[in-house]
Design a protein around this ligand. Structure first.
Ligand SMILES: Cc1cc2nc3c(=O)[nH]c(=O)nc-3n(C[C@H](O)[C@H](O)[C@H](O)COP(=O)(O)OP(=O)(O)OC[C@H]3O[C@@H](n4cnc5c(N)ncnc54)[C@H](O)[C@@H]3O)c2cc1C
Length: 600
């Protein structure tokens, strides 16, 4: 027997689906989906990042895109087993479109498609030089005045941006810009990254000195060069900085350090940006066709404006500029805020011998790192997951295969399990007065991150310091003003201070568009990030994808790249393909361009 029963079921369905699509039979294809279906497409059909929810949306998308997409060759992915779990049959699939090869994932419920993920993997004729297709490197044979790799590379560095324009300009050379540039390099898209810091990795190096990544190594890999097997689980910030610097060099990226983009304007008729970059003190004008802002979700500090800040005689730092605790031994520090940075900074100050008080205005979600690693990320991103055959690529796709509309359901289950396991810890923490939450719908950290990118602490020890009183806590408190030597709270409490750290978070990335391009363009594009879940700090209407990230925006030729390491890695694949297709003049009819609903 060649096929197992579930395998045959999926194969038959995929065959029927493929035939319907090839025949242009939209109704036939739609009838293979359940009423409550989801089709998440990463660029393959929509030239967008878009989830179709329910049959009507699937029908609408196919009516618009089928003729140009011309999908074919639907098959079960080679070497992948069909599995059955919780009444769902799951399979990996491959397909082609007119211009690309695709990979996907399907879940069947009662014999129909419940979730479908379609992703673009590579553009036909523009495949990356990987594996069998890797370049020779050496030049065999002979030729007059042949240039070496080094000579060619040096020539490129001299020419690009001066006698030859880049197709893509990436503003911001943190991990997000670096990762995207690495993918574009493989696709032969001339790209320059401009970064105001001196060296790749500096955006991590410049953060507070105790910082280690909160996410584990399996979640953090960069494309093409995964971390080695002896890399620590939680990278110290300077170590990740060094890795990024090494990566930038060996991936042969055109990285302009000490180069600040001062402004950019789009010329609608020339279909080209004019960007002014101050490189080592001299202005250079670049004319790229595409502009990517990779300036960081955690790059625009939210600095509060309390009365009296200018008369305070001590030091005041936003968390992003706080160098660390060394100068504060035996002195008084007040940390405003109660999320990740606030906890990390307060703990480091305590360890350095400062007297620290944390001021908590509103509730925070806390999840212990160990528990999160085991119950949250472990099934997809861990040594055990690898042992179970779930590579990082596979984990990324599985993660992507769950539509945002229902992602919270699984997350509520995980969050409940975490809560149960750590019930005693949470009880002790709340007994201090710490205001705890688990998200608007109890779905915990993942949804908070996806919806608002803030509001949590992954506990690596600071909570215990709050519980035992080593870090003092003023909860439910708001700052009224600063005096010369203290923070005054609205309830009349006076907190004497030599140092005030504002761990008050970051503004929307569209603020960067306002700063670098114009307020008009920033307003046209609207809020960056958030799903439209109508929960705290994620206003509706429902978008169903991260607003404005990695996909076309209302401003032609303007893109946003970023997120955590996992997102920057995974979604850069689709952003790189969108850019490459445009460079090659491949038609990219965008379906369902997001509308603007919020200004920031
Ligand atoms: C305290 C903290 C801990 C975090 N921990 C994790 C973690 O464990 N795991 C994880 O995956 N993520 C983590 N993140 C989130 C995220 O991964 C980081 O914020 C990461 O640095 C984002 O990378 P990025 O490239 O998008 O932005 P950034 O690293 O912020 O880089 C943006 C760059 O743009 C540059 N720039 C801005 N404007 C200009 C301009 N006009 N011209 C030139 N250059 C410009 C900046 O100098 C900066 O280097 C954490 C974030 C913070 C703040």
């Amino acid at each position: 027997m060649l096929d197992t029963a579930p395998e045959k079921r999926v194969r038959d369905l995929i065959d029927t689906f493929g035939r319907a699509l090839s025949a242009g039979d939209v109704e036939g294809a739609v009838s293979l989906f359940t009423e409550d279906c989801f089709w998440r497409d990463l660029v393959a059909f929509t030239w967008n990042i878009r989830t179709m929810e329910g049959r009507d949306q699937v029908r609408d998308m196919l009516a618009s895109q089928l003729a140009s997409t011309k999908p074919s060759n639907w098959a079960l992915a080679e070497g992948e087993a069909v599995t059955e779990r919780d009444g769902l049959t799951e399979a990996w699939i491959t397909f082609d479109t007119d211009v690309a090869h695709g990979y996907g994932h399907v879940r069947l419920k009662n014999g129909r498609i419940f979730t479908l993920l379609t992703t673009m993997v590579e553009l036909k004729g523009f495949e990356e030089p990987l594996g069998f297709a890797r370049s020779l490197g050496a030049k065999h044979g002979s030729g007059m005045d042949r240039k070496t790799w080094k000579e060619e590379r040096e020539e490129e560095l001299v020419e690009l941006g001066h006698t030859r324009q880049p197709y893509v300009l990436i503003v911001g050379g943190g991990q997000a810009g670096i990762i995207l540039a690495a993918r574009l390099r493989q696709l032969a898209v001339p790209t320059i990254i401009v970064e105001k810091n001196e060296r790749p990795g500096d955006s991590w190096r410049k953060r507070y000195k105790s910082l280690c990544l909160h996410d584990p190594v399996w979640y953090d890999h960069l494309p093409y060069i995964p971390f080695p097997a002896n890399w620590p689980i939680f990278s110290p910030k300077d170590k990740i900085g060094d890795w990024l610097e090494m990566y930038t060099k060996v991936m042969e990226l055109n990285y302009w350090g000490s180069s600040e983009c001062l402004g950019a304007a789009y010329d609608e008729s020339a279909k080209e940006w004019t960007a002014v970059v101050c490189r080592d003190g001299k202005d250079v004008t670049l004319r790229p066709k595409q502009l990517v802002l990779a300036t960081g979700m955690s790059g625009k500090p939210n600095m509060p404006n309390f009365p009296g800040m200018n008369r305070f005689r001590g030091e005041q730092h936003h968390s992003s500029r706080h160098p660390g605790p060394d100068a504060w031994r035996g002195r008084k520090a007040v940390v405003i805020g109660s999320n990740n940075s606030a906890h990390d900074i307060a703990a480091a100050l305590y360890e350095a011998g400062a007297d620290v008080t944390m001021v908590q205005r509103s509730s925070t979600h806390v999840v212990r790192s160990d528990t999160l690693m085991e119950l949250g990320l472990g099934p997809l991103y861990s040594e055990q997951a690898l042992k179970n055959g779930i590579t990082t690529d596979k984990a990324d796709l599985l993660y992507a295969s769950v539509p945002y509309r229902i992602l919270h359901e699984g997350q509520i289950r995980i969050s409940n399990a975490i809560r149960e396991r750590d019930a005693d810890f949470y009880k002790r923490l709340e007994a201090t007065g710490f205001m705890l939450d688990f998200g608007d719908d109890e779905s915990g950290i993942t949804m908070k991150y996806m919806r608002r990118g803030s509001g949590y602490y992954i506990d690596i020890g600071a909570s215990e310091l709050i519980i035992n009183g080593a870090i003092k806590l003023k909860s439910g408190a708001d700052v009224a003003e600063l005096t010369e030597d203290a923070v005054m709270l609205k309830d009349g409490t006076r907190l004497p201070a030599d140092l005030v750290v504002y761990a008050t978070g970051y503004g929307s990335m569209n603020g960067w568009a306002g700063d670098l391009i114009s307020q008009k363009v920033a307003d046209k594009v609207g809020k960056v990030w958030g799903l439209g879940s109508d929960t705290t700090k994620d206003p509706g209407p429902w978008e169903g994808e991260q607003r404005n990230m990695w996909k076309p925006t209302q401003q032609e030729a303007l893109w946003f790249q970023g997120g955590n390491l996992h997102q920057a890695r995974h979604y850069s694949q689709f952003l790189a393909l969108q850019l490459k297709a445009r460079m090659e003049g491949i038609a990219t009819p965008v379906y369902g361009l997001q509308e603007r609903h919020h200004l920031s």
